[in-house]
Design a binder for this molecule. Sequence first.
Ligand code: SF4
Length: 358
Amino acid sequence: MHISGMEKTDKRIQFFRAQLALWHDTQNFRSFPWKQEKDPYKIWLSEIILQQTRSEQGLPYYLKFTEAYPTVTHLADAEDESVFRLWQGLGYYNRCKNLLFTARVIRDTYGGIFPRDHDTILQLKGIGSYTAAAIASFAYNAPHAVLDGNVFRVLARYEDIDTPIDTTEGKKTFTALADRFLNRAQPALYNQAIMDLGATVCTPQKPDCGHCCLQKQCRAYLNKTQALLPVKSKKIQIRHRTFLFFVCRYGDRVYIRKREAGDIWHNLHEFYRIEAEEAEGFRRFRSLFDPYLKSDVLQVADIQQKLTHQHIRSLFYEAELNAVPDFLDSALFVPLEKLKKIAFPKTIISFLDNKYYF
Ligand code: SF4
């Protein structure tokens, strides 16, 4: 009997959906509190926390946030500084800024009720197509396919597609593919299952094809191309930066300023900072601060942090001052015991934790 191309494709998709559902029912034991969650606010919160963060690392943050702010209105009413403090350590602070902004829009425009409609959700600041699909499908079982790194990988391998996923063509191809594969009878379950399969079985390195429910029909497995997929066209350009942080103390106070827009860690605080190569930065500090130094300036820590696009080396120095320099605002010298209440980037928290302030 002749089987047409379309029927064959449909069989492949049917196999995919059925195997995925069976695997999810019987073997997917990945458990996190946001799974099976139906409250769109909590789903949104978990999705924003988990962007660029592993689930295990995001879990304590999710628990802290849902405890401190059980509803979107609680979050909207919170003070910026308290929310930033809770976010501390997660990085990518724009996510936190957008979270607050959108919570306030939901309170002020939608009466504190999270919108139901997918296109309305997509209009909210900080919510892209992936997050909108996740909220619409998990909270309301609406038929929208999620497309995150895990889904790209599973689909690229199952179909053996080498179109780069970070190109316009790739995004179009995979969006259409994700939509075709979506099981419209069970969108929430299907979306959860495909993401979990990508996270636990069809992993970026060493996918566990031997135990994969899709193996029989997986084209990458049959063609031995798993390790080559998915394809990305661009290599991330890493920017290397050196920050010299000077902990300038005057009596029991220390100089702290807020970081400005246009760079990482916007809205968080920092010590007096010079960005330069080590020797040059130190020379610049001495030329400015020499008349105000009470004793030697000592380097006390050297911390590396790797962000997606930047590798940052932070050198910390302690400097005791005999007066407030006239080019610094004396109001920005805060008592040491107040440091615990201030939101800092992760690198400075590590320094404070390891040193002696906390
Ligand atoms: S068989 Fe291997 S490559 Fe194919 S979907 Fe399963 S884990 Fe991924």
